[in-house]
Design a protein around this ligand. Structure first.
Ligand SMILES: [Zn+2]
Length: 112
Protein backbone atom coordinates (compact mmCIF):
# COMPACT_ATOMS: atom_id res chain seq x y z
CA UNK A 1 0.00 0.00 0.00
CA UNK A 2 1.42 3.35 -1.07
CA UNK A 3 1.59 6.08 1.56
CA UNK A 4 0.14 9.24 0.04
CA UNK A 5 1.28 12.81 0.52
CA UNK A 6 -1.30 15.43 1.48
CA UNK A 7 -1.46 16.69 -2.13
CA UNK A 8 -1.73 13.19 -3.59
CA UNK A 9 -4.59 12.40 -1.25
CA UNK A 10 -6.45 15.63 -2.01
CA UNK A 11 -6.07 15.02 -5.74
CA UNK A 12 -8.19 11.87 -5.28
CA UNK A 13 -11.03 13.81 -3.65
CA UNK A 14 -13.92 15.45 -5.42
CA UNK A 15 -14.13 19.26 -5.18
CA UNK A 16 -11.31 19.62 -2.68
CA UNK A 17 -10.69 23.21 -1.61
CA UNK A 18 -9.53 24.82 1.64
CA UNK A 19 -9.59 21.65 3.69
CA UNK A 20 -13.08 20.51 2.59
CA UNK A 21 -14.24 18.01 -0.02
CA UNK A 22 -17.16 15.85 -1.07
CA UNK A 23 -17.16 12.76 1.16
CA UNK A 24 -16.69 9.66 -0.99
CA UNK A 25 -18.30 7.56 1.75
CA UNK A 26 -21.89 8.78 1.35
CA UNK A 27 -24.19 10.73 -0.96
CA UNK A 28 -22.70 14.11 -0.15
CA UNK A 29 -23.70 17.47 -1.59
CA UNK A 30 -22.23 19.78 1.04
CA UNK A 31 -18.53 18.90 1.34
CA UNK A 32 -18.85 17.06 4.62
CA UNK A 33 -15.28 15.82 4.57
CA UNK A 34 -12.64 17.87 6.35
CA UNK A 35 -9.02 17.12 5.47
CA UNK A 36 -6.00 18.45 7.33
CA UNK A 37 -2.31 17.76 7.41
CA UNK A 38 -1.06 16.50 10.75
CA UNK A 39 2.42 15.94 12.23
CA UNK A 40 4.89 14.07 10.06
CA UNK A 41 2.74 14.17 6.92
CA UNK A 42 -0.12 12.31 8.54
CA UNK A 43 -3.46 13.14 6.94
CA UNK A 44 -6.40 13.84 9.22
CA UNK A 45 -9.74 12.99 7.65
CA UNK A 46 -13.18 13.44 9.19
CA UNK A 47 -16.66 13.14 7.71
CA UNK A 48 -18.96 15.54 9.56
CA UNK A 49 -21.99 13.56 8.42
CA UNK A 50 -20.69 10.66 10.47
CA UNK A 51 -18.97 8.24 8.09
CA UNK A 52 -16.43 5.99 9.76
CA UNK A 53 -12.82 6.69 8.66
CA UNK A 54 -12.37 3.11 7.42
CA UNK A 55 -15.53 3.43 5.34
CA UNK A 56 -14.39 6.74 3.80
CA UNK A 57 -10.92 5.39 2.95
CA UNK A 58 -12.31 2.02 1.84
CA UNK A 59 -14.52 3.71 -0.73
CA UNK A 60 -11.34 5.26 -2.16
CA UNK A 61 -9.52 1.88 -2.13
CA UNK A 62 -7.26 3.15 0.64
CA UNK A 63 -6.52 2.19 4.24
CA UNK A 64 -5.39 4.17 7.27
CA UNK A 65 -1.83 3.17 6.32
CA UNK A 66 -2.22 5.21 3.09
CA UNK A 67 -2.61 8.41 5.13
CA UNK A 68 -0.16 7.63 7.92
CA UNK A 69 2.67 9.86 6.58
CA UNK A 70 6.10 9.39 8.09
CA UNK A 71 4.63 7.28 10.88
CA UNK A 72 3.79 4.80 8.15
CA UNK A 73 7.29 4.96 6.69
CA UNK A 74 8.73 4.46 10.15
CA UNK A 75 6.39 1.56 10.87
CA UNK A 76 7.13 -0.12 7.54
CA UNK A 77 10.88 0.20 8.03
CA UNK A 78 10.80 -1.01 11.62
CA UNK A 79 8.69 -3.97 10.57
CA UNK A 80 11.19 -4.80 7.82
CA UNK A 81 14.07 -4.38 10.27
CA UNK A 82 12.50 -6.80 12.73
CA UNK A 83 11.72 -9.30 9.99
CA UNK A 84 15.31 -9.11 8.81
CA UNK A 85 16.61 -9.64 12.36
CA UNK A 86 14.34 -12.67 12.78
CA UNK A 87 15.70 -14.12 9.52
CA UNK A 88 19.25 -13.60 10.72
CA UNK A 89 18.43 -15.16 14.07
CA UNK A 90 16.91 -18.22 12.38
CA UNK A 91 19.98 -18.71 10.22
CA UNK A 92 22.20 -18.34 13.27
CA UNK A 93 23.77 -15.19 11.90
CA UNK A 94 22.37 -12.70 14.37
CA UNK A 95 25.08 -10.65 16.01
CA UNK A 96 25.60 -7.00 17.00
CA UNK A 97 27.30 -6.16 13.73
CA UNK A 98 24.47 -7.60 11.63
CA UNK A 99 21.86 -5.76 13.68
CA UNK A 100 23.60 -2.40 13.43
CA UNK A 101 24.01 -2.88 9.67
CA UNK A 102 20.25 -3.39 9.31
CA UNK A 103 19.55 -0.38 11.53
CA UNK A 104 21.87 1.83 9.49
CA UNK A 105 20.18 0.77 6.28
CA UNK A 106 16.75 1.54 7.72
CA UNK A 107 17.93 4.89 9.12
CA UNK A 108 19.02 6.03 5.66
CA UNK A 109 15.51 5.51 4.35
CA UNK A 110 13.65 7.36 7.07
CA UNK A 111 12.42 10.80 6.14
CA UNK A 112 11.71 13.29 8.88
ZN1 LIG B 1 -19.36 10.75 4.73
Amino acid sequence: MKILSFDEFNAKLKDYANGRAICPGHEDNMKSLSVNEGDGGRILVKCHAGCDIHHVLGSMDLTTESISGNHGFLYKNLKRCIEHAVELAKSGGLNCEAVSEVLNEVNDELIF
